[in-house]
Design a protein around this ligand. Structure first.
Ligand code: KG4
Ligand code: ZN
Length: 320
């Protein structure tokens, strides 16, 4: 059994996953409420909260899996990318447990973790496939040749798709995390009410900053009238993000010859995106946003680092 720990952003998570990909437990303690009043994640607050939560969350994951540390054979932990202060809490906890128990430690890349959310039972996806990874921090198209080995085809030139949702929600006076709120409010709106642009970016890259500006100008123009149009604005804004993601994913499918498309990351939970790509394989809803089951899953395809070498592992904030 692998104990996974994830603290890269505002979720403190731990999970127990077997070597053959069964998640015996997956505990996620979200700090969203704590950050909501600031409209986004405050790194210092996130680190401090991780510090308070990491031990109880690990305990709960072990208990929910019906095991104890004696039953664990290795520790998997997110090394990056993410907020360095937040990552260091999970990484230090993982080092301490590994050292105390004489276990190997597997550092996991958070993005490989999102992809590995697809490899869990009961219906693991077999590579090769094209993977659209859309989260709060990243928007990537990956050609996944085999588990643990993916090739980056494109990424965002500015904001990530989830970040666009979060910033758009903020402009509309909706809560945090914005993607969930826009998804909810958009159901009451007309997605053709406003014609928001889809950026024309060459190749497999994305851009969402122009869309955010277009929303800002529209809200300004509407002035006091904006508040009654929030559902239409949210639906039209969401449609533009979904169109950008779908167009790029379909183009990459055509150009790579890969036959299957998978979608992972927080934005994969979006109902309009799921509806727009009926043939794609989406990560299960509870594995889209950050969790530790995906981190432990990725560790199955990543080399462990033995004692004492893992003690010098450092967190990293951004992708190489
Ligand atoms: O993967 P994730 O939990 O964290 C990162 O690795 O960044 O993704 C969080 C992002 C946030 O930007 C959030 O607004 C977005 O995923 N998100 C959604 C939905 N649920 C979460 N975006 C659109 N629709 C949703 N239903
Ligand atoms: Zn994530």
């Amino acid at each position: 059994m692998i104990l996974g720990i994830e603290t890269s952003c505002d979720e403190t998570a731990a999970a127990v996953v077997t070597d053959d990909g069964r998640a015996l437990s997956s505990i996620v303690s979200s700090q969203a409420d704590l950050h909501a009043r600031y409209g986004g994640v405050v790194p210092e607050i996130a680190s401090r909260r991780h510090l308070e939560l990491v031990t109880p969350v690990v305990r709960e994951a072990l208990a929910a899996a019906g095991t104890r540390l004696d039953g664990i054979e290795r520790i998997a932990v997110t090394q990056g990318p993410g907020l360095v202060g937040a990552l260091l809490v999970g990484l230090s906890a993982a080092k301490a447990i590994a050292w105390a128990r004489g276990l190997p430690l597997t550092p996991v890349d958070h993005l490989e973790g999102h992809v590995a959310s697809l490899y869990l039972e009961p219906d693991p996806l077999e590579p090769p496939f094209l993977c659209l990874l859309a989260s709060g921090g990243h928007t990537l198209l990956l050609a996944v040749h085999e588990a643990g080995r993916s090739e980056r085809l494109g990424s965002t030139l500015d904001d990530a798709a989830g970040e666009a949702f979060d910033k758009g929600a903020r402009l509309l006076g909706l809560g945090y995390p914005g993607g969930v709120e826009i998804d909810r409010v958009a159901r009451e709106g007309d997605d053709r009410a406003f014609d928001f642009p889809v950026a024309r970016v060459p190749g497999h890259d994305f851009s969402f900053s122009g869309l955010k500006t277009a929303l800002l100008y529209t809200v300004r123009e509407l002035g006091d009238g904006a508040s009654v149009r929030v559902p239409d604005l949210a639906a039209s804004f969401q449609r533009a993000i979904v169109r950008a993601l779908v167009e790029k994913a379909e183009r990459a499918l055509r150009e790579t010859g890969l036959e299957r498309l998978a979608v992972v990351g927080g934005v994969a939970a979006n109902s309009a995106l799921r509806a727009a790509l009926p043939d794609a394989r989406f990560a299960p809803l509870d594995r889209c946003t950050d969790n530790a089951a995906m981190i432990a899953s990725a560790a199955r395809f990543t080399d462990s680092v033995p004692y004492p070498r893992y003690l010098s592992l450092d967190a990293y904030s951004s992708i190489a």
